[in-house]
Design a protein around this ligand. Structure first.
Ligand code: DC
Length: 231
């Protein structure tokens, strides 16, 4: 059966990764969370004092870029690939609010984006991939056979993220999460390089009031029809 590329873009906490994981499982495709890659570089920058401690030192980060080795390693218990930074599993650490506060700044940098886009295109060379992010349908895979663009109200998204962080025991308030969601929306969609925007040929889904199961079934239906036509 021929394989396709599925690009899922949209605002933060719209359920992109949940949907992407479900699609990858149903189709036996590879799933790639590109947000994790931007988060990993952000964590590296924070640990090395390039961001988050007074003055930013972006030049320092840029000169270290070649030293940053990112890998996804499949965890069969969890059923998805976890992010490794220079050999260390950082899957948990990159999900904190601290990393979320700095990641949009790091994702604005042209050099960081170029490095990650090359890695992402390499991972998708053989198709059979579901990739989620902000620029997948516009920059990484402009020829993807299926493009989805996801939105939901900032309040709904902040509430989902708030519950996720509470469930893992992080001490956060709903208000600070909402502020972070709105700030990231603004930076992600106004940055100079590859801003978040809907690709012309992407199908838009507002899931403020749509069940995740219904959404998954509809999108899986689109994917199967495209695959069927390609046979
Ligand atoms: O999907 P996420 O919330 O984990 O992504 C974290 C940040 O990374 C997000 O605020 C913007 C950035 N990002 C990006 O610029 N391009 C991508 N393809 C993926 C994420």
């Amino acid at each position: 059966m021929s394989k396709i590329t599925i690009a899922i873009d949209g605002f933060s906490s719209t359920g992109k990764s949940t949907l992407a994981k479900q699609l990858a499982k149903a189709l036996k495709y590879i799933y790639v969370d590109t947000g994790a890659m931007y988060r990993a570089i952000t964590l590296y920058a924070m640990r090395n004092g390039y961001i988050g401690k007074g003055d930013e030192q972006i030049d320092g980060l840029l000169s270290d870029l070649d030293k940053i080795i990112l890998k996804f390693v499949y965890n069969s218990d969890k059923g998805f690939a976890e992010m490794y930074l220079n050999g260390e599993n950082i899957e948990q650490e990159i999900r904190t609010l601290e990393v979320s506060k700095h990641v949009s700044r790091i994702a604005e940098l042209k050099e960081v984006r170029s490095k990650l886009v090359v890695l992402q295109q390499e991972m998708g060379k053989k198709k059979g991939i579901v990739m989620d992010g902000r620029d997948i349908g516009t920059v990484v895979f402009p020829d993807a056979e299926l493009k989805i663009f996801m939105t939901a109200s900032p309040e709904k998204r902040a509430y989902r993220r708030y519950k996720e962080l509470l469930d893992r025991g992080d001490k956060v308030t709903y208000e600070e999460i909402l502020e972070n969601v709105e700030k990231r929306d603004y930076i992600d969609s106004h940055r100079e390089f590859s801003p978040l925007k809907r690709a012309k040929d992407a199908i838009e889904f507002d899931n403020s009031d749509m069940g995740l199961k219904e959404q998954f079934e509809r999108i899986l239906g689109y994917a199967l029809r495209i695959i069927e036509k390609q046979k």
